[in-house]
Design a protein. Structure first.
Length: 347
């Protein structure tokens, strides 16, 4: 009985793989010293493919289905072994199963800011991250290029290689997308499509098919983010520069008033307050005289500017300006002009 059990163990009559959801991409059927029985059953489930390898060469590739292994079902292996007639004895061959289902939610990102060359801003640094989906499309190529003779090959083993491919192609994707650098953050879908177009042939070189690519976040340098914020503000008011100037003036006047009321900040700095008052006057005049369609708003802003400056603050500013004139920082003409502007506030 023990002898019969030993003999049975030497031959394999059922070959199959019950795939676990653990990110396994390639799995070698455990052969040990056993041989495959002639007429054995091979079961390849949906989302799988099986590859027979004989003496280091890929012999046959099987898609989903159930097969009885005979000379007719494994013609390439038959050719490699030079069987000139139907064989009816066991044979040795390595069998690898490959998962062809989508591997979803694979992460990619820039561990450090990467440098991108932009025609408008020169060399800039950005961070980005997202995810992608892929599947094995050519198991024969994947076996020869990536997984090889390993017993098991997983998505974790491939992760570093694929992340590297993504990072290598980001610059080319930005160039091919024809999106202005400042508009990248607002056009993540278009950028993701351009990045995917760059990566599809790179994935195909190792037997993979890229099924999807997303860009979930794209961080611009702080200085460029400020420019983008200004551009967004301009977009909110359209091309009406009058409205934009009104908005800027309304934002600036409370800051001047706050500094003046506290006795420090802008008010404590003669040049700062002088420049602030002058700026408020210039903006108010521009709104009143040079911009069309903004009459009522300009009057409101001018009235707010007048109310924000107190008489004591005006007198204190005049004294500061007088000291600046005495030190030669301001000319007599500049002092007189500032004096006239400030005295109007007392009327």
């Amino acid at each position: 009985m023990a002898l019969m059990d030993f003999i049975k163990k030497q031959f394999i009559d059922i070959i199959q793989w019950t795939e676990a959801d653990d990110g396994t991409l390639a799995w070698r059927f455990p052969m040990a010293d056993m041989e495959i029985q002639y007429g054995a059953s091979l079961t390849v489930r949906e989302s799988q493919m099986a590859v027979f390898v004989n003496e280091g060469k890929v012999a046959d590739v099987f898609g989903p289905g159930m097969y009885k292994l005979t000379t007719q079902t494994i013609p390439v292996l038959t050719y490699l072994k030079n069987w000139d007639k139907l064989f009816e004895s066991p044979f040795k061959s390595d069998v690898y199963f490959f998962s062809t289902r989508q591997q979803i939610d694979q992460k990619w990102g820039t561990p450090q800011p990467i440098t991108i060359r932009d025609k408008d801003f020169g060399a800039v640094r950005l961070r980005a991250f997202g995810n992608y989906n892929f599947r094995i499309a050519d198991p024969k190529l994947f076996h020869s290029e990536i997984s090889g003779t390993r017993d098991r090959y997983t998505t974790a083993d491939l992760d570093g290689q694929l992340r590297g491919l993504v990072l290598q192609n980001i610059s080319a994707a930005i160039a091919s997308s024809n999106i202005a650098f400042l508009d990248l953050a607002a056009n993540q879908l278009v950028f993701a499509q351009a990045l995917a177009a760059q990566l599809v042939p790179e994935f195909a070189k190792i037997g993979l098919k890229l099924e999807g690519m997303t860009v979930q976040n794209l961080s611009l340098p702080e200085e460029l983010q400020k420019i983008l914020d200004q551009k967004i503000g301009m977009g909110m008011v359209g091309n009406d520069m009058g409205k934009f100037m009104q908005y800027q003036t309304a934002q600036a006047i409370p800051k001047f008033a706050e500094g003046a009321g506290s006795g420090g900040g802008i008010a404590g700095d003669a040049m700062g307050l002088g420049a602030g008052v002058a700026l408020g006057q210039v903006l108010a005049q521009n709104l009143q005289q040079g911009l069309q369609g903004g009459g009522n708003a300009a009057q409101a802003v001018t009235a707010a500017a007048a109310a924000a400056v107190k008489p004591d603050d005006v007198m204190a500013t005049l004294e500061k300006l007088g000291e600046l004139k005495a030190k030669g920082i301001l000319t007599q003409e500049e002092f007189d002009a500032k004096k006239a502007e400030l005295l109007k506030k007392l009327v």
